[in-house]
Design a protein around this ligand. Structure first.
Ligand SMILES: Cc1ncc(COP(=O)(O)O)c(C=O)c1O
Length: 377
């Protein structure tokens, strides 16, 4: 097997399972899982219905490029969502369906990197607002892909338009691609100020062919359809043309019923607005309970809390599970130690995906747990 596989770290949820393995939580409390970012709101019925109606199409191979109607639905959504100029996203050359952003991000880097010349992939740690000015010119020279994430996971921070524009200036100057993971694009706090995106910044700075830009979008969070495995990439046609070639060989085409269901989902914004409202309600109910006891604030986007817990984050997560049967994710499982320390230390990620009543119950249990600090090993 490829020896480079050995360089992969244990996956965060594998580490979490190991952390919890020696612990027996109190049996009288029902388990509340807030570690994984798996949406649990009901998927839109009209999407499921479209999927059911299209099942007979499993009898045909799908093409990697996908149906023209799907690419048109994605382009139309991008245009509405980011107020792009009509016709600026060409569905035939600027959009490609993918089976969720996760596989696409992984595959894209494989396709994009030229291994000659000690390449670097730059990414935030762990998905914070990166400080572009702090990166030395020598690193930018070696950079081939800059990965951004907005709204971010786990912080929920949103990148301003000027930030994207600065990243694009650097990309031009040092010849690299900006890959923006925007899978939380439709989960945000302020209805009057939807988070900006990379394509919007490209267009408003005169890059009308989205030069050096690739964005990643998904129905997993927007439409509470994580099991559908449906997303798309969009951007620079010269980049997408090469990525399509790679994907054709890779064999990662999207099944036709999934494409039909996706057309329905991208075509409707009302269910996404209702989905967003449900998350806003959870933040509104949970934060007043936690804020007096934890250093925590309301994020601009996504559905996570990222509090400082004032103690070792693994111990916090383990003890919270042991005493309250609530699972949260130690922040350091998402981060890497760097020169300035490890930004995930003494933080946990709390995912507000369970139903509202369970989120409120979990917050009450966390408060109970904090009242009996300090926790001992
Ligand atoms: C930042 C980020 N990118 C990508 C993904 C993967 O999403 P998808 O279901 O589209 O593969 C997730 C899922 O949690 C995520 O948090």
């Amino acid at each position: 097997m490829n020896p480079r596989l050995g360089a992969l770290h244990a996956y965060p949820f594998e580490r979490l399972a190991a952390l919890k393995s020696a612990v027996t939580p109190p049996p009288h409390l029902k388990h509340i899982a807030m570690s994984i970012g798996e949406p649990q709101h009901a998927p839109p019925e009209f999407v499921l219905e479209t999927l059911r109606r299209s099942l007979a199409e499993l009898g045909s191979y799908p093409s990697t490029l996908g149906l023209a109607e799907l690419r048109a639905a994605c382009a139309a959504w991008l245009t509405r969502r980011y107020a792009l100029k009509d016709g600026s996203v060409d569905p035939d050359t600027m959009v490609l369906p993918v089976n969720g952003t996760r596989e696409a991000l992984f595959a894209f880097v494989q396709a994009a990197v030229d291994e000659r010349g000690a390449p670097l992939i730059a990414m935030p740690n762990p998905f914070y607002l990166p400080d572009l000015a702090a990166v030395p010119a020598e690193s930018w020279r070696r950079c081939q892909v800059l990965i951004l994430c907005s709204p971010g996971n786990p912080t929920g921070a949103v990148l301003p338009l000027e930030f994207f524009a600065r990243a694009l200036d650097l990309a031009e100057r040092y010849d690299f691609i900006v890959a923006s993971d925007e899978c939380y694009a439709d989960i945000y706090l302020d209805e009057a100020a939807a988070p900006h995106g990379l394509l919007e910044a490209a267009e408003s700075s005169g890059r009308s062919h989205f030069e050096r830009c690739v964005v990643f979008h998904s129905l997993s969070k927007r439409s509470s359809l994580p099991g559908l495995r449906s997303g798309f990439v969009a951007g620079d046609p010269a980049i997408l043309e090469r990525f399509l070639l790679y994907r054709t060989y890779h064999g990662s085409a999207m099944p036709l019923p999934t494409q039909r269901a996706s057309i329905a989902a991208w075509g409707d914004d009302a269910h996404a607005a209702e989905n967003r409202r449900l998350y806003q309600e959870k933040f509104a109910r949970v934060l007043p309970l936690l804020a007096p006891h934890l250093s925590v604030s309301r994020p601009a986007g996504a559905f996570y809390l990222w509090p400082e817990v004032g103690q070792d984050e693994e111990r916090f997560a383990r003890e919270l599970y042991a005493r309250q049967n609530v699972t949260v994710l130690p922040g350091s499982y998402l981060s890497r130690a760097g020169a300035a320390g490890d930004p995930g230390r003494q933080r946990v990620r709390i995912s507000l995906v369970p139903p509202l009543a369970q989120c409120v119950e979990a917050a009450a249990r966390i408060v109970d747990f904090l009242r009996v600090r300090p926790v001992r090993d």
